[in-house]
Design a protein around this ligand. Sequence first.
Ligand code: ADP
Length: 274
Amino acid sequence: RFVNQELEDTNRGVVALYAELEEKAERLREANQLKTTFLSYMSHELRTPLHSILGLARILLARLDGDLTPEQHKQLELMQGAAGDLLGMVNDLLDLAKVEAGKTDVHVTTFAVGSMFGALRALFAPLVTNPDVRLVFEEPRDVPLLTTDEGKVSQILRNFIANALKFTARGEVRVSATADPAGGTVRFSVQDTGIGIPPADQSRLFQDFAQVGGAGRAAAGGTGLGLSIARKFAELLGGRVGVQSGPNAGSLFYADIPLVFPDTPEVHTPEPDD
Ligand code: ADP
């Protein structure tokens, strides 16, 4: 009887503990939900005035060009650059809030990797200002057409490429795509010859707001959201991301993306009770 009583007590204890943990988990879920809602409202509201600042700076630069001293011209350009950076961060926050809330739409189209690379090349050409760094897009070989969200894949690569350029003082940033027909995926890779990432930091990189410390990084700016957005977008498309790197050994960031978006209606086989 004594043993039975003790067992019963333990049982009751476990049940109570379980209920308490459940309640705590529920409160955490609510807090997380609030955070997501806040992030999404805030970033949405911040975008409108930022667009005004950017637009007005652009108009001033265009209209006043002849009347500005070189110093004033430079200052307006700095203002435009800073507002652009801020808009980038606000857009990151909004992207993150949307994926977390499950409100990210997936727009599936069929497209060629080569043409997406062309668009990225044009986008980044004016941003590669360091003469010691080359940005190279390899011509994709034997990569079939993709049927997925081109905007999301492009965003993943934009985040990888922007980081690679930020952390590479000389050498090259090489973007490539290789098909894995057996896996039904394409591996997009962005390889740089930059400062690299210590193994101990690599597992944290893809988490929200994670910035890893170390020489040459403090002044780089950013929100620590770029890689976490890349991961969430890749997962949204049924894929995954990864990194291979070492200190001073450069970094390789990759995203494996299914050739066909898993939920594409054309390939959807209805369940018996669909
Ligand atoms: P951020 O917006 O701060 O760059 P990310 O999520 O894009 O945030 O990156 C997180 C951190 O990962 C960066 O702060 C940087 O320390 C490290 N990192 C990312 N890409 C590279 C790279 N190509 N080379 C070296 N470090 C990198």
